[in-house]
Write a protein that binds this ligand. Structure first.
Ligand code: S3P
Length: 440
């Protein structure tokens, strides 16, 4: 079967209501926390994507069973020290930086050597950023070229708590150190640049010994060794803001359109795109806001604007929009004026070097843009209308490059051939089915 997608037609205006799949960050965390709990944890609306399946496989390798059917996933946790496995196992994190980095925090006391591998994209990413702090607890690491996967971790039964400054705004590094801190005698102190906080919220919900002080630029997190059992975790996973982002942008770019997306996680640390698009003139409302186990959920209503305003994007929105910049750049391409995004070095640390790919997609579309170091200037054109042929390939199967290209094709026209359709399986297998809904 061919693994590319051809798009030759733009979408017409629409008025729709959709549901998108479960949040990826929360789904993976639910799997990992449930693997530490004592008893059976159940999740509804768990994201059924390759990243999450890789997490279920990873805990299975550690001796934790799960059962998956269409509506529900169950995990049979055996307690925080309940992992049981033989020596020399290999865990495959596939495409998932979140799984690869978070799980290392849980393996910090492993009595056996464990090998961690990933796919081609993950094997290009930086794992030193997490082996460095975890080594300070007392675990030992061997990494390919001192930085990358495959790596091996040898845990220690005598772990020291650490004092860690997380200065990239990486929720993966922060979360991994929180997991490690749960196993080290004493108190681990983390000062972390602001980033998504699902791990902390789950710790709080589960009554784990965590204290969080929110300061202006960082969060100070104190975590102590866990001495009591973690209760099982039943969770109804809300929809993913990062997956919703593609449809939020589609609505923004197609005049006279209105969209409602139901039950989306609107955690403050995830709504950078909403702040940015509102500043660019898009009408976005949250309806039926509610709290759920520490998270916030709402229905989102988006109306396309008549004019999109250019933006000089404040750096404070970067971390809350870190997975959304590729599609945000498309909005800038149609804005009236020149938009400027800066402080984006972390974008090149993702599944593909995304600052580079964002620029490349724009250039293929004929949109002038200039990348300087970690910033990009985008020269918008409110009448952008493509007629040319565009091919997107060799992008390390980065799911978000694929989906961004689909949104560009449907919004700006032209004839697009986008390779590696399978890439969506990592985060949003249902993406193209939802796109079909917009054609009806
Ligand atoms: C994630 C954190 C972010 C994000 C990734 C998911 C998480 O990565 O880009 O898609 O679930 O913790 P970093 O921690 O590397 O910024």
């Amino acid at each position: 079967m061919s693994n590319h997608l051809i798009i030759k037609k733009r979408l017409k205006k629409f008025k729709k209501k959709i549901n998108v799949s479960g949040d990826k960050s929360i789904s993976i965390r639910w799997v990992l926390f449930s693997s530490l709990a004592k008893g059976v944890s159940k999740a509804k609306n768990l994201l059924m994507s390759e990243d999450v399946l890789a997490a279920l496989n990873a805990i299975r390798k550690l001796g934790i069973k799960s059962k998956l059917n269409k509506n529900e996933c169950k995990i049979y946790g055996k307690g925080i020290y309940g992992y049981k496995y033989k020596s020399n196992i290999t865990i495959d994190a596939k495409n998932s930086g979140t799984l690869g980095r978070l799980i290392l925090g849980l393996l910090i006391n492993s009595p056996h050597k464990i090998k961690l591998i990933g796919d081609k994209s993950l094997s290009k990413r930086d794992f030193k950023r997490i082996s460095d702090p975890l080594s300070k607890f007392g675990a030992k690491f061997k990494l390919k070229n001192a930085k990358k996967l495959p790596l091996t971790i040898s845990g220690s039964s005598n772990l020291n708590p650490i004092n860690y400054f997380e200065n990239r705004g990486s929720a993966q590094c922060k979360s991994s150190v929180i997991f490690a801190g749960m196993r080290a005698e004493g108190e681990t102190i983390i000062n972390a640049k602001k980033s998504r906080n699902h791990t902390e919220l789950l710790c709080k919900y589960l009554n784990l010994p965590i204290k969080i002080k929110s300061k202006k630029k960082v969060d100070e997190i104190r975590i102590k060794k866990i001495k009591k059992n973690i209760k099982s975790l039943n969770y109804n996973i809300p929809s993913d803001m990062s997956s919703s982002a593609f449809f939020i942008v589609l609505t923004t770019l197609i005049k006279n359109s209105v969209l409602t997306i139901k039950n989306v996680n609107i955690n403050n640390s995830r709504i950078g795109i909403i702040h940015i698009l509102k500043k660019m003139g898009v009408k976005i409302k949250f309806k039926n806001k509610r709290d759920y186990k520490g998270e916030k959920i709402a229905n989102i209503i988006i109306e396309s604007p008549n004019v999109i305003k250019a933006i000089n994007c404040p750096i404070k929105y970067n971390s809350g929009a870190i997975d959304e910049f590729l599609v945000i750049f498309l909005v800038a391409a149609k804005a009236k004026g020149v938009s400027y995004f800066k402080g984006l070095s972390e974008l090149n640390q993702k599944e593909s070097p995304r600052l580079k790919w964002g620029s490349k997609i724009l250039s293929k579309m004929g949109v002038k843009n200039i990348v300087t170091g970690d910033s990009i200037k985008i020269y918008g054109n409110p009448n952008l209308n493509l007629e040319k042929k565009i091919i997107i390939k060799n992008y390390l199967k980065d799911h978000r490059v694929f989906m961004t290209s689909v949104i560009a094709a449907l919004s700006f026209g032209g004839i697009w051939k986008i390779e590696d359709k399978d890439s969506i399986k990592t985060s949003f297998p249902n993406f193209l089915n939802i796109i079909e809904e917009f054609k009806k």
